[in-house]
Design a protein around this ligand. Structure first.
Ligand SMILES: Cc1cc2nc3c(=O)[nH]c(=O)nc-3n(C[C@H](O)[C@H](O)[C@H](O)COP(=O)(O)OP(=O)(O)OC[C@H]3O[C@@H](n4cnc5c(N)ncnc54)[C@H](O)[C@@H]3O)c2cc1C
Length: 477
């Protein structure tokens, strides 16, 4: 195996040049492909991680084509890698693989102010792109917590969701076209046209596909004008249900905040109970983007709705502070990862005894979901610590906390409890994940997620990746 890896690395070096091929273990070891590292991940991995045989840092689509052809010939898997901040181990190396680190393909190729589009390499960091297009009076609509660290290729491949999804949609909604190297080594372009009637839009095969069909080598992204006005407001809410009603009233009025960030506070120590929900206050932050009169009208109507539902306006400046610090967790994450000798971010004990799940639900099922989760989690000593809604009411998060004194069962309980909650979302007609992808960690639930359609996905994969070398095992494919 070692000899085969050495031969593969030698060949890659010969074709690509040694500067693009990383093979010393101290470097390859840092390619974890999971945000918090296996040792401290909230969910243990179903398939254990393996070290990469070699890491390639291509600088062009031709380099990617060459890498895929060489790996295919050698029968070696390829794992596309953006910034490695994905939380479900989508970019985690598999046995004997070539990690394809697209970070060096980070060129902003062109920006069109008039068309409000940009063409960029997959390794461009979202925050860098936003800064660059800002000089043209434009903004990137996808603004996740991880905006300062995540690559656009990774965000497209997980179809991520950010603070402004209420108005601008998910990352995938903002993709106009893609260039992709398929698993058979061919280079294709899903052309960047805003609307066609010339067959299925091929780009959707790669949005949220976690690199299992091919490696994205260019992204054409839709940009948005920096709004004339952005208003930020915040409310405190005593009961989760009341804030949810306020959100639903806004939706019923076709009032669409660009940001809805609604989340219960963490319950104080000793308040949580296994088997039942406890009432804790929540915070709701709203943003409205648009032309001045429109924004003023939206703020006024939202305020009426929120007050009618018993929401109390926060002090002046609180919503602005929330907005200004929205990327702080990512900046902290980046510092911790750089400082750790193994390139891991290790979680504190309290974080390891809790987990955070993001599911899609019809709004009418949210309260049933939350109540069922609390009740059915009891055998696993888990309580629903908080619930929240992000962007649109359909995107629902819950944090689970382990309450038993016996720490030896924490991991097993978190895994079983998480699966149970994700299955409740599926049974209610929803989806088990709305932004972080499936990776390795949720792969075992893909059959229940897609039913017979999973087999159709497998057949699609075979048609573009006949030897199954692209990110095998991820997405359950
Ligand atoms: C502190 C923190 C906050 C976060 N906040 C958010 C958030 O608000 N919203 C959100 O959606 N996510 C969030 N995440 C998760 C993560 O940042 C996103 O999933 C992000 O989009 C992943 O980007 P990446 O460049 O790190 O991708 P990676 O983790 O490197 O890869 C993710 C997946 O995409 C594939 N991939 C990467 N590049 C390519 C390519 N060019 N072609 C084909 N496949 C590719 C990989 O194989 C893998 O399957 C957060 C993570 C952290 C650590």
């Amino acid at each position: 195996m070692v000899r085969k890896s050495e031969q593969l690395a030698d060949l890659l070096e010969r074709v690509l040049g040694s500067s693009k091929v990383l093979r010393d273990q101290a470097t390859t070891h840092r390619y974890r492909g999971i945000a918090w590292g296996p040792a401290s991940s909230p969910l243990p991995l179903v398939v254990p991680l393996a070290p990469a045989a070699v890491v390639v840092r291509p600088e062009s689509a031709d380099d990617v084509v060459a890498t895929v052809r060489i790996a295919r010939e050698a029968g070696a898997p390829i794992v596309p890698y953006g910034s490695g901040t994905g939380v479900h181990a989508g970019a985690a190396p598999v046995q004997g693989c070539v990690v394809l680190d697209l970070g060096a393909m980070n060129r902003i190729i062109r920006i069109s102010r008039e068309d409000r589009t940009a063409r960029v390499g997959p390794g461009v960091v979202l925050g860098d792109l936003d800064r660059e297009v800002g000089a043209h009076g434009l903004m990137v609509g996808h603004d996740p917590w991880s905006q300062p660290i995540a690559s656009i290729g990774g965000a497209v491949s997980t179809n991520g969701v950010g603070y402004l999804a209420g108005k601008y949609g998910s990352m995938g909604d903002q993709v106009l076209g893609l260039e992709v190297v398929l698993g058979d080594g061919s280079l294709i372009r899903a052309r960047a046209v805003p609307k066609t009637s010339t067959g299925p839009s091929l780009r959707h095969l790669f949005i949220g596909a976690e690199g299992v069909f091919g490696a994205i080598t260019e992204v054409d992204v839709r940009l948005f004008p920096i709004p004339e006005r952005r208003a930020l407001v915040g409310y405190r809410v005593d009961r989760f249900e009341d804030g949810l009603e306020a959100v639903m009233d806004m939706v019923a009025l076709q009032l669409r905040p660009s940001m809805i960030d609604y989340e219960e506070d963490d319950a104080a120590e000793g308040v949580l109970r296994v088997g039942s929900l406890v009432d804790v206050p929540s915070s709701m932050f709203l943003a409205f983007d648009g032309f001045a009169e429109e924004v003023d009208a939206q703020v006024r109507r939202a305020d009426e709705i929120c007050r009618q539902r018993g929401c109390d306006p926060m002090a002046e400046g609180a919503a602005q502070e929330f907005w200004d610090t929205r990327h702080a967790s990512a900046e902290r994450y980046l510092r911790d990862r750089a400082a750790d000798p193994d390139g891991l971010v290790r979680r504190s004990w309290s974080r390891r005894s809790s987990t955070y799940l993001n599911v899609t639900l019809s709004p009418s099922t949210i309260l049933e979901f939350r109540a069922r989760a609390a009740r059915e989690l009891a055998p696993y000593h888990l309580a629903v610590k908080n619930a929240g809604v992000w962007g649109i009411p359909e995107l629902v998060s819950v944090r689970l906390a382990h309450l038993a004194a016996d720490a030896s069962t924490v991991e097993a309980d978190l895994v079983a409890g998480s699966d149970l909650v994700l299955r409740i979302a599926q049974q209610l007609g929803g989806s088990m994940e709305y932004c972080h992808g499936v990776g390795v960690q949720l792969a075992h639930l893909m059959g229940e997620e897609h039913g017979a359609a999973l087999d159709a996905l497998r057949r699609l994969k075979r048609s573009v990746d006949p030897d199954g070398i692209m990110n095998p095992g991820k997405l359950g494919l």
